[in-house]
Design a protein around this ligand. Structure first.
Ligand SMILES: [Zn+2]
Length: 255
């Protein structure tokens, strides 16, 4: 009887060991945030919707990380076409005690304007009207949320005055965030994407996260050649690979 109990105990312990190892080895938590979703399509192109491009690239980045960097735990704010509030996206990252937060979006321009290339944002005060326009468009997603006026304490995503709060904000993760953003842009450049640079602007989703974070604008859905690229398998894979390479290098640089 004693032998049976001992054998059973051993079997239970052996079964637990791989789980414990896998758990202990996941020392770095990455949150990937596919912008928009569900009733919020994001920017619209002629054929595509921003939410779908963001999700395709996000899932491809996650897959590359999961397959190639063993000690990273990937958490997704969404893996399907669902609506998630901006503050909940940040809360998911904070609850997961994430080490890094990357939000993935697609850019758009007013009718008649053409754009080409990728850019990455960190949280801060915009220095150019173009950057404020991007933050205004992305933050406007909250207007599809129930009771957004109270949730975001009267923040009006469309009013320039609302963005003054970002000027006086202290962000302890600024340096690391800029480092990651710079690495992402470097990878885009070496993959042949036009480099639209690293910028700062007041993104609500970045304001509420308590870890290094940035927001990527993959390309311009409102420019025909760009939309074709964003909707192509090659485009999705190249963009995802650049972001993956940057995350890998960032992680190596801090460990
Ligand atoms: Zn967006």
């Amino acid at each position: 009887m004693k032998n049976i109990v001992t054998s059973l105990l051993m079997a239970v312990l052996l079964a637990l060991v791989p789980t414990a190892q896998a758990w202990a080895a996941e020392t770095f938590t990455l949150v990937l945030d596919a912008g928009h979703g569900g009733r919020d399509p994001g920017a619209l192109g002629k054929r595509g919707k921003e939410k779908n491009i963001n999700l395709a690239v996000t899932l491809a980045v996650g897959k590359l990380v999961e397959q190639n960097i063993k000690d990273v735990k990937v958490v997704y704010t969404r893996k399907t076409d669902v609506f998630i509030e901006l503050d909940e996206r940040a809360a998911i990252a904070n609850r997961a005690k994430a080490d890094l937060f990357v939000s993935i979006h697609t850019n758009a321009l007013p009718r008649g304007a053409q754009g080409k290339g990728s850019e990455t944002y960190t949280l801060g005060m915009h220095r150019a009207a173009d950057n404020l326009a991007v933050a205004k468009r992305e933050n406007s997603a909250i207007m599809l949320e129930r009771d957004y006026e109270n949730r975001y304490e009267g923040f009006d995503p469309k009013s320039a005055e609302s963005y003054i709060i970002f000027e006086f904000m202290q962000d302890k993760n600024m340096e690391q965030s800029v480092k990651l953003a710079t690495m992402i842009q470097r990878q885009f450049r070496s993959a042949g994407r036009p480099d639209k640079g690293v910028h700062q602007a007041g993104f609500l989703v970045l304001r509420a996260t308590s870890m290094p974070s940035c927001l990527v604008e993959l390309g311009y859905i409102t420019t025909a050649a760009e939309e074709n690229y964003l909707l192509s398998e090659r485009g999705v894979n190249e963009l995802a690979n650049s972001i993956y390479q940057a995350i890998k290098k960032y992680k190596e640089s801090i460990q």
